[in-house]
Design a binder for this molecule. Structure first.
Ligand code: ADP
Length: 419
């Protein structure tokens, strides 16, 4: 498709697509192919998510990776937590020299069957990533995922940035062949509410939830070894039941976990017979055990009758390139099981001002917006309103665009308007 056609349609002289050369819009596609080629050497790819920071997501990711490697599996651990890459410290590989070529970065060995790559090993200063903004962060995450050259692996455990914003979204969208997500929470109600959002996030992205782990659940008394529930307990488990996702187990609050983190030897190695290590062991067994896996499968199927809504900006009957220039939104109701359109409504939005469309579309129940182009600020506003953004779609019949998206055939090029 020529940029001239696009630019005539959007009539925006500042649109960045006008300066694009032919073929440039395929770069994203080529990069995705490169990521897919790296990932096809790995049997199972699991992302570790949490509703917010500080719940022990990295601790869980490290202990699961080490436990799987101790069980004889070839494991990679990828730390994409761009603002808090703590894996190097947890495994005592801070300052490790990263070898690479122009096109590849080689993971660092952290045990017989364990190789690790952390974005923290590549940052020049601890605060470097903090000042990066949306597109720069996305670019860094994408390049990082694309360039790490893994050997053939049984498992890749990915420590994602926390929350349900742009960063975990980038990770999930870039690694399209993920097996599923492990969600870490703490037992308190506030954390449990965050984790509900994480489960919804996975559902919207069609990412199976492998299970929920309740970390910092009860305290093991170092003297009598009895478990004391300092805060509430069981919130994660009842929430998992409530939301029909598997529960993988509880990990207690254990001062040894902190010491192990500080010394760079995960608790499962430092204290393999402790209550906490046994709890990690149970979680790993549930990941490896084919019978438990089969039981999990039933949870991974979406409940029948579940629906979602997809919005498409429309001008003169066709999907328009700039969502901000649209006359109406076509809002489609989708049956998730059959991936078919059940209903379509043409809705007129309120006057256009920053944040108005995301809020209004959220009120209409939209979970996804498909658009030609959208600036990064607008994308964040949609994400904040729990609406996933698909950009780079070509203009056309909105119904056709949505069906192609549902069939996995939607061709997306570059974001034709990134200002
Ligand atoms: P996140 O990745 O979610 O930000 P971390 O894994 O970095 O969280 O853990 C945050 C802090 O909590 C760390 O100091 C870690 O040692 C501590 N921690 C994590 N899990 C436990 C636990 N089960 N018992 C005691 N401390 C824990």
């Amino acid at each position: 498709m020529t940029n001239e056609t696009e630019c005539a349609a959007c009539n925006d002289s500042q649109c960045s697509a006008q300066s694009k050369k032919p073929g440039e819009q395929d770069a994203e596609f080529i990069e995705r192919q490169a990521i897919a080629a790296r990932m096809c050497r790995i049997k199972h790819k699991l992302v570790v998510l949490s509703g917010k920071g500080g719940v022990g997501k990295s601790t869980v990711a490290v202990n699961l990776a080490v436990a799987l490697s101790m069980a004889g599996k070839k494991v990679g651990l990828l730390d994409v937590d761009i603002h808090g890459p703590s894996i190097p410290k947890l495994l005592n590989i801070e300052g490790a020299k990263v070898e690479g070529t122009e096109a590849s970065i080689f993971p660092v060995k952290a045990g017989k069957n364990l190789s690790v790559m952390s974005i923290g090993l590549l940052l020049h200063g601890k605060d470097e990533a903090v000042i990066w903004r949306g597109p720069r962060k996305y670019g860094a995450i994408k390049q990082f995922i694309k360039d790490v050259e893994w050997d053939d692996l049984d498992y890749l455990i990915i420590d994602s940035p926390p929350g349900t914003g742009d960063e975990p979204l980038s990770v999930v969208q870039l690694i399209e062949q993920l097996d599923g997500a492990i969600i870490v929470t703490t037992p308190q109600e506030v954390a449990v509410q965050d984790v509900r959002r994480s489960i919804m996030f996975c559902r919207e992205l069609n990412l199976p939830v492998v299970g929920v782990i309740e970390n910092m659940s009860g305290f093991i008394c170092p003297n009598c070894k009895e478990k004391i529930n300092i805060f509430t307990a069981g919130g994660g488990e009842s929430m998992a039941k409530d939301m029909s996702v598997p529960f993988l187990g509880t990990i207690p609050i254990d001062p040894q976990v902190v010491t192990a983190g500080d010394t760079g030897k995960p608790v499962i190695q430092a204290q393999p017979h402790s209550e906490t290590s046994m709890a990690f062991g149970r979680v790993v067994r549930s990941l490896l055990d084919p019978e438990i896996k089969a039981a999990q499968e039933q949870y991974l199927v979406k409940p029948s009758g579940a629906t979602t809504k997809i919005a498409v900006p429309v001008a003169q009957g066709a999907m328009c390139l700039h969502f901000g220039h649209c006359e109406q939104f076509a809002v489609f109701e989708i049956d998730l099981e059959s991936k078919t359109i059940q209903d379509k409504k043409m809705l007129t939005p309120p006057p256009h001002e920053p944040g108005a469309y995301p809020k209004w579309l959220n009120q209409q129940g939209a979970k996804v917006i498909i658009s030609g182009g959208m600036g990064s600020r607008a994308q964040s506003l949609f994400t904040d309103n729990n609406i996933q953004v698909i950009v780079g779609a070509q203009p056309g019949d909105p119904e056709k665009v949505v069906q192609e998206y549902l069939d996995g055939n939607l061709q997306t090029g570059s974001n034709i308007c990134d200002h």
